[in-house]
Design a protein around this ligand. Structure first.
Ligand SMILES: Cc1ncc(COP(=O)(O)O)c(C=O)c1O
Length: 363
């Protein structure tokens, strides 16, 4: 079976893991050792003002939102995303207001975003879907006009650029995931990059929130002035992350190369657009008769996936309000294999199978 996702590693990750294993310093809530090193290196790579490492992307979103007073406020969020984006809104005691997407990029629709703004709107969460950056210039304009904060969900966008700048540098707070399927892989991991205002204050608070609310540590003494969570990154993840960082640009280049081959070869109208600025966490296509297509691909030895069933259609979030583009796109959405371990002949075979399905069953 050709896998949909498959993390890439070499002997350097193995060596780094063994080093941490033998050190017996596997975790530090305070985030010293490899975790601190990873924060520095990731911050340098992104070009942000600071960085706090966490144990996953969901925790990053949760803590980012816990820093603001969002109780009973409205948060503008796409429905076409992984459910964590929206869970974080509820963790913070706020109400999600679902925004439709642009049919070509599957990122937030700026028109619908403007329509959904109310006096209660306090935050926008752009999701850079599949590694395609949202229109951050337009979102920034709306944020300033209406005094609404922005926290980006960049779980898919490690290495993506908008307007010549890395994703992770545009808003005050940007959340990343390093889940094994992501462009930069760890067993579990996440991070928040911080920019512009209040960086020091936010970093101090986030470091306390990620370790059970612990603060003001002096040698073995500390205080707990607030509620916190157990969300710090472990040393194994950080050690893998440090090695992955050394090759992230190289790995993303390969993803871009595969995307270009897919784009040229796949004879479908609906497919992921092409740009050197996209990091291609996903390559999605739109195909009718989706269930039949999935069975056909699986029978051909190719794993495919669906990203995502929209959150507003999930039982926990069901709403009567509709999102026309999201609802028309998602029944046709399929993600095809995208990872660094794919060979050119596998990519060619995947394209052949997609086109064969089109010719056999759609014409
Ligand atoms: C868009 C999006 N947001 C948030 C997350 C949560 O990240 P994690 O799985 O690291 O908690 C994911 C991960 O799958 C994601 O795809």
């Amino acid at each position: 079976m050709i896998k949909l996702f498959d993390p890439y590693f070499d002997k350097n990750e193995k060596r780094a893991l063994l080093e941490v294993l033998e050190s017996k310093a596997w975790a530090s809530g305070a985030g010293i050792g490899k975790v601190a090193e990873f924060e520095d290196e990731f911050n340098k790579y992104i070009g942000s003002d600071d960085c706090v490492a966490l144990n996953n992307g969901t925790a990053a979103l949760h803590l980012a939102l816990m820093q603001m007073d969002l109780k009973n406020k409205e948060v503008l969020v796409p429905s076409l995303t992984f459910v964590s984006t929206v869970h974080a809104v509820l963790y913070a005691g706020a109400k999600p207001v679902f925004v439709d997407v642009d049919k070509d990029t599957l990122c937030l629709s700026i028109d619908d975003l403007r329509k959904k703004i109310s006096r209660k709107s306090s935050l926008i969460i752009p999701v850079h879907f599949g590694g395609i950056p949202c229109k951050m210039d337009e979102i920034e304009k709306i944020s300033q006009e209406h005094k609404i904060a922005v926290t980006e969900d960049a779980a898919h966008a490690c290495g993506s650029k908008f307007s010549g700048k890395n994703i992770g540098t545009h808003s005050d707070i940007v959340c990343f995931s390093f889940h094994p399927v992501k462009n930069l892989s760890m067993p579990t991991g996440g991070a928040i990059t911080l920019n512009k205002k209040f960086v020091k204050k936010r970093k101090k608070l986030l470091k306390s929130l990620r370790w059970c609310g612990i603060d003001n540590r002096k040698e073995v003494f500390y205080d707990v002035p607030r509620l916190g969570w157990n969300y710090y990154m472990n040393e194994f993840s950080a050690a893998i992350g440090l090695q992955q960082l050394k090759k992230i640009e190289h790995m993303n280049e390969r993803r871009k190369n595969i995307a270009r081959i897919y784009h040229k070869g796949i004879l479908l109208e609906g497919k992921t657009p092409i740009s050197h600025d996209f990091s291609y966490h996903l390559y999605w296509i739109r195909i009718k008769k989706r269930s039949k297509f999935i069975r056909f691909m699986n029978k051909s030895g190719i794993e495919v996936g669906i990203h995502y069933k929209p959150v507003h259609l999930m039982t926990a979030y069901k709403t009567t309000k509709s999102l026309p583009i999201t609802e028309s796109v998602w029944p046709e959405l399929v993600s095809i294999p995208m990872h660094v371990n794919l060979t050119n002949s596998q990519v060619k075979y995947i394209i052949e199978k997609i086109n064969e399905f089109q010719n056999k069953f759609m014409n």
